[in-house]
Design a protein around this ligand. Sequence first.
Ligand SMILES: Cc1cc2nc3c(=O)[nH]c(=O)nc-3n(C[C@H](O)[C@H](O)[C@H](O)COP(=O)(O)O)c2cc1C
Length: 263
Amino acid sequence: MNKKIIVLSGSPRKKDGYRIIKQIENLMSNKGKVEFDYLHTNELHIKDCIGCMQCFDKGEGCCPLRDDIQKLVDRLMSCDGIILHSPVYAQHITGSMKKTIDRMSYMFHRPALIAKPAITIITTDGGGIKPTQDYLKLVGRGFGCCLLGELSIISPHYYNESSFYNPKYYKKANQSIQRLADKLYSSIHGNNKPIPSYQDLYMFYGLRSKTYFFKSDYEYWKSKGWLKSSYYYDVELSFFKKSFGRLLNGLIKLMIKKHMRNT
Ligand SMILES: Cc1cc2nc3c(=O)[nH]c(=O)nc-3n(C[C@H](O)[C@H](O)[C@H](O)COP(=O)(O)O)c2cc1C
């Protein structure tokens, strides 16, 4: 069966980022069969969150909005890999991308994309690289994805129709594109669950702390067997990572005890 990649792009146009991702698609297709599904957030039927908190308190099924958000989540859950892309708009991701992520906020409590291979791509005229890239990575990690790598493209340096075109930059960026395509291809065809990084562990323990405050989170994490585990899945952690996890767990428990005493 073909492996499927979902591209969730915050760009309203098929231009700079789209061309980069098409390149990745071509590089991966040269190695074997892959199917790319391009979803532009401005074209999706997704309403603005109204802030009712039902998804946090009772579960996402209680969201009063009727639109395509759950279809999107189902597609993300059933694909083999994810590319998150946004151009930088006003120093950050685009509004339609943020609106879409807002509607999936409950996945920061109840991650549903565990170990899904993902890469993050931003396109920019040069500004906003760090906040935009950092945010996309935070979203990917928060939702449970395994982040394979990131790419930030300064479009005027990369595309030769621009007067700022820089052949050295183009060459280096293409090497990164090739590396990312290779990584994504191997990851979607491999069977090994990735070893979590320190940041992944930090996110795991941080998100688990929410189970003390939200019943639906507690039930979800309990049903997954994550309340006492060292990560989302069985994986051999190094001594240092195990110790890091134990330390975090201990600190979080202390903080929560203190909070409970004060409320
Ligand atoms: C409304 C708007 C706001 C933008 N804001 C920024 C910005 O803050 N910083 C920047 O470097 N580029 C900014 N850009 C430029 C885009 O990030 C850049 O053209 C990018 O390559 C577009 O990628 P895309 O074709 O994949 O959408 C902005 C573009 C638009 C249309």
